[in-house]
Design a protein around this ligand. Structure first.
Ligand SMILES: Nc1ncnc2c1ncn2[C@@H]1O[C@H](COP(=O)(O)OP(=O)(O)O)[C@@H](O)[C@H]1O
Ligand SMILES: [Mg+2]
Length: 259
């Protein structure tokens, strides 16, 4: 099973949007896909399932050894696509005492996900590399870093990638798959220039070729709790996420050949 974390230093860069739409692209390609929300303030479950009540989720599982995977996996309208919401235990993040034990419980979670037949597990995270996100990175096989194409944002990316590379001392299997440029505005010089600046300061293989354009459709889709590809006008966006999926699968295949 492939486990991919979506992380960034800052909030609002498009992590959740990327996680939802990439997971949907994997599911459409026929892979049994699980989307997991590890952001205690996350709303993946609420929005995608349009549930008004809070679903039990990852934090319940991490905090209570009696809870099973079956109890927290929620099906969606797409056959191959299920999700696990972040759940109720959001005070967990505040409690440093629990952070150490979450790593062990998270490994159990992922082993159960694999045993349930999932082929790919995409984990959306809260901004920053601490707390449960650090535990997620300690257990994942790959990490993707969405970065908004805007002038001030791109300068911090090399430091973020260095910090992720250091995580490999804890998890030697962690592959930094690269940065995905998000909210790219082709019509805006500053946006195009910051995308180019990022490509010029990082090694070529560290910035994925697929770029996510800025499009109001993403805001409309998230208001309806849908992957953008489900929207009537969403076929263009769907193609982009499918391209990104293909790029990531190729990288992961090459890695498994060389390791
Ligand atoms: N490509 C995009 N074009 C336009 N709006 C976007 C795009 N990606 C995300 N957004 C919007 O920006 C906001 C933040 O995105 P989100 O995915 O929640 O970021 P994060 O999870 O990093 O905080 C949301 O309102 C989302 O709908
Ligand atoms: Mg988010």
């Amino acid at each position: 099973m492939i486990t991919l974390a979506i992380t960034s230093q800052k909030g609002g860069v498009g992590k959740t949007t990327l996680a939802i739409n990439l997971a949907y692209a994997f599911a459409l390609s026929g892979k049994k896909t699980l989307l997991v929300d590890s952001d205690p303030q996350g709303s993946v479950g609420l929005s995608l399932t349009r549930q008004s009540r809070n679903l039990a989720g990852l934090y319940d599982f991490l905090g209570d050894p009696v809870i099973s995977l079956e109890e927290i996996v929620v099906p969606t309208r797409s056959e191959a696509f299920s999700l696990v919401a972040s759940g109720q235990g959001s005070d967990y993040e505040m409690n440093e005492g629990l952070a150490g034990s979450s790593r062990h419980r998270l490994r159990i979670f992922l082993a159960d996900v694999k045993a349930a037949g999932f082929e790919i597990c995409i984990i959306d995270t809260a901004a920053g590399l601490f707390g449960v996100t650090a535990d997620v990175l300690a257990a994942c096989s790959g990490v993707i870093v969405p970065q908004q194409a805007e002038p001030l944002g791109v300068r911090s990316v090399p430091k973020m990638l260095e910090a992720l590379a250091r995580m490999r001392s804890v998890n030697p299997h962690l592959e930094v798959l690269g940065v995905v440029l998000t909210m790219v505005q082709a019509s805006l010089d500053e946006s195009r220039e910051s995308a180019m600046a990022l490509r010029s300061i990082l090694p070529e293989e560290m910035v994925l070729r697929s770029e996510i354009p800025r499009d109001d459709l993403f805001i409309k889709a998230s208001a309806r709790g849908l992957p953008v590809g489900v929207m009537p006008e969403g076929s263009g966006a769907l193609k982009i996420f499918d391209q990104l999926r293909g790029e990531l699968e190729l990288k992961l295949r090459l890695r498994s050949k060389t390791s």
